[in-house]
Design a binder for this molecule. Sequence first.
Ligand SMILES: [Zn+2]
Ligand SMILES: [Zn+2]
Length: 149
Amino acid sequence: MNNKNELEPTKILNSYLEEKGLRKTQERYLILDEIYKKNDHFDIESLYQLIIKKQKISKATIYNTIDILIELKLIKKHSFLNKTLYEKSFQKKQHNHLICNDCDKVLEFCDPRIQNIINSIESSMNFVVAEHSLNFYGKCNDPKKCKKI
Ligand SMILES: [Zn+2]
Ligand SMILES: [Zn+2]
């Protein structure tokens, strides 16, 4: 785990576990690894299904590691209507989401006008925005793939 080529998120997790005196179990690194291989938004169940194919793991370990990764800002937790999804967040650009009500697909978009809105709200309301989330719900235009799984 200690070579120069290791990914930055791995280093961050590594020093956190050392600092807190937590065990550096291989499972925790595997979870981080799988998350960073993904490019989409995922729920705990699908992450569990992915990892269990490779190695025996408990859901408790996944939940527990997810909490650590959120604290380290290596992943971000989203609440989309009644679903909780996560995504990797290390060096990821601020973005917003489009969520398809029919197939649960999540698309991302960036629009600089949103920053303009934030700037003008900050000055007119005398408020400092630390974070925001903006989600649009609707239907994706992908009739072939737009099916509930
Ligand atoms: Zn996203
Ligand atoms: Zn869809």
